[in-house]
Each structure stands twice: as structure tokens, then as C-alpha cells.
Design a binder for this molecule. Structure first.
Ligand code: PMP
Length: 291
């Protein structure tokens, strides 16, 4: 289904029809995960934080020791072109860079790098009740890795194996998303979003030491400071969930999403979106309305 949508894809500097944006089976990235991607939102024809996203795109590739052969401005221009063509309400932009078929050895030294950008309509797909009451999460059996074992700050496709497996098992058990602990057993993030806890009206979030310092995460921290909410970036354990009254997730695709419950380790914690979540959410919408 995703290989034949209406519209065009920007592929290595050219506009091609969606179904013609194909790659060969002997692509290095397919075998050895030498690829990085980025996800951005387009509201109407306006992009949210495009510069920060494409800056991270370049950094993600650098962590994997390859270069993206297009400047940030060129990537933004290409994305704006696609977005203007499509008139999306809640568009989602997927940019991806990968090592091609010139090399087929473990090392990608000397490999050719391809880049593609695609946009499609992807509304935040949670129900009214999930927004009102919060989503249901469980705790993953898989852990976020030690920063010494993987380029954890890169949006590297290879790292998403952990998220994919975790989220799939969670969905099979009827949950909406999954809480990832880090390699030390502390709270890290969700499958593809960051996590915030509200305790006594103060905002707590783990330090992004072994996972992505999300762009939406940083926006929420800025909003909280502007609203004079005390913010703490610190180590959080499952015991901290005992005192949390509100929990929410942040990410480009889901924006800001309240969590209603987390189950795991023989316990179940309940939360309810209230003052802090709502204030941050409203200010986030305000930023989008002014794009
Ligand atoms: N963590 C992971 C693993 C993610 O995939 C994402 C989504 N990019 C995030 C956090 C949130 O990052 P952002 O707010 O930049 O989308």
C-alpha cells in the first residue's frame, strides 16, 4: 500500500512518481542497516521545525560515518515543493538517507549515498477517548542499549528494530504503546516518543543519555519554562510512577499524547491528563496555529 500513493517522491534530486521510487535488493542499507531517517510534520503547507529536523538528519548520518550529499536548505526546499503540491491537512514527511548498491561488504567505506523524501496525509491517529483518558501502555521486555553499544543519538533505522519488536508485542497484548527502560532499568522513553511525568505540579523527564533528545521534547521543555512550570531532567525509575499524577508522550507523529495507565513488573499505575498536560498541549497547538 505504501508503494503506490498519489503524488510524487523526491529521489536523489529528481521528482518521480510514488510507485517509481524503487531500490535494488543488493542495497547496502537493506543488508547492514546503513540508513538514517527523519520525520517532520507539515500543517497545511507549513513545516514545523524543518531546520532542526534536517540538522538532526545530517547528524544522524554522521554518527553512522556517512555524509548526506544535500545541504539542509536543499532538503527544506525539496520538502516545501512536495508539501505545496499535495495540500495536506496533517502531512507527515519522511526523509531517508541510505547507502546504495555500490558496496556489498560489512563496511560501507566508499558506498554511494541516496536520499529520498516522501509526504503523505497522516493524521494523529488516536481516538477522542484516548486523548481524554490517556493511552494504555505496558513495559517492554527489550531495553534501550548502552550508548557504548550503539549510536543511540542517531535516528538510525537499525535502532528501530528494538522499537518495532517492543511495540508489536505490546499491541498483541492489546496495549497502545510500550514503555522502554534503559540498559540500567531506568525509565527511558516510549517506542517512538519521549516521556514526561508530572509530580506535585512539577515536570520530570529522563535525561536523553541513551535515546533521542526529541525535537518535540525540547519544545515541551521550552513551553514549560515559559509557563513557569518547574522542569527536571533527571534519572527516573519505575518507583517514580507511584507519585506521578499525569504522564504524557511527545513526538513528531503523535504530537503530545496523554498516558492513562502503565502495566508491568506486577503493577499497574493510573494517570489522568490534567492541568500541566493541558497547559502544555494548548501552548503547543498555539505554536502550530502561528506557523
Ligand atoms: N524517541 C524515538 C525512538 C523516536 O523515534 C522519536 C520520534 N522521532 C522520538 C523519541 C521523538 O522525537 P521527535 O520529537 O523529534 O519526533
Amino acid at each position: 500500500m505504501f508503494d503506490d500513493l498519489p503524488g510524487s517522491i523526491w529521489l536523489d534530486g529528481k521528482i518521480v512518481s510514488w510507485k517509481d521510487a524503487r531500490i535494488h535488493v543488493m542495497t547496502h542499507a537493506l543488508h547492514y542497516a546503513s540508513s538514517v531517517y527523519e520525520g517532520l510534520r507539515a500543517y497545511g503547507d507549513k513545516l514545523l521545525k524543518a531546520h532542526q529536523h534536517y540538522e538532526r538528519f545530517h547528524q544522524s548520518a554522521n554518527y553512522l560515518d556517512f555524509e548526506i550529499p544535500y545541504a539542509i536548505e536543499e532538503l527544506i526546499e525539496a520538502t516545501e515543493f512536495l508539501v505545496k503540491q499535495g495540500s495536506y491537512g496533517q502531512g507527515y514527511v519522511r526523509a531517508i538517507a541510505w547507502c546504495g548498491s555500490k558496496k556489498m561488504t560489512v563496511s560501507h567505506n566508499g558506498a554511494n549515498v541516496h536520499v529520498a523524501i516522501a509526504v503523505w496525509e497522516r493524521p494523529v491517529n488516536y481516538t477522542e477517548s484516548q486523548f481524554k483518558n490517556g493511552i494504555r501502555m505496558n513495559i517492554s521486555n527489550w531495553y534501550r542499549p548502552d550508548p557504548k553499544t550503539a549510536p543511540v543519538h542517531s535516528k538510525a533505522s537499525g535502532l528501530y528494530m528494538i522499537s518495532s519488536m517492543s511495540k508489536r508485542s505490546s499491541e498483541l497484548l492489546g496495549f497502545d504503546d510500550v514503555l522502554m527502560l534503559d540498559y540500567q532499568g531506568n525509565i527511558a522513553e516510549a517506542s517512538s516518543s519521549n516521556i514526561f511525568l508530572v509530580v506535585d505540579g512539577k515536570l520530570f523527564t529522563p535525561k536523553p543519555e541513551c535515546f533521542l533528545n526529541g525535537i518535540t521534547r525540547r519544545t515541551c521543555l521550552d513551553i514549560a519554562r515559559k509557563l513557569n512550570i518547574n522542569v527536571y531532567e533527571t534519572t527516573l525509575t519505575l518507583d517514580d510512577l507511584d507519585r506521578a499524577r499525569e504522564v504524557f508522550l511527545t513526538g513528531t507523529a503523535i504530537e503530545i499524547l496523554p498516558v492513562g495507565s502503565i502495566e508491568g513488573n506486577g503493577k499497574a499505575w493510573q494517570f489522568r491528563p490534567a492541568g500541566v498536560t493541558n497547559a502544555i498541549y494548548n501552548e503547543f497547538r498555539n505554536i502550530i496555529s502561528k506557523l
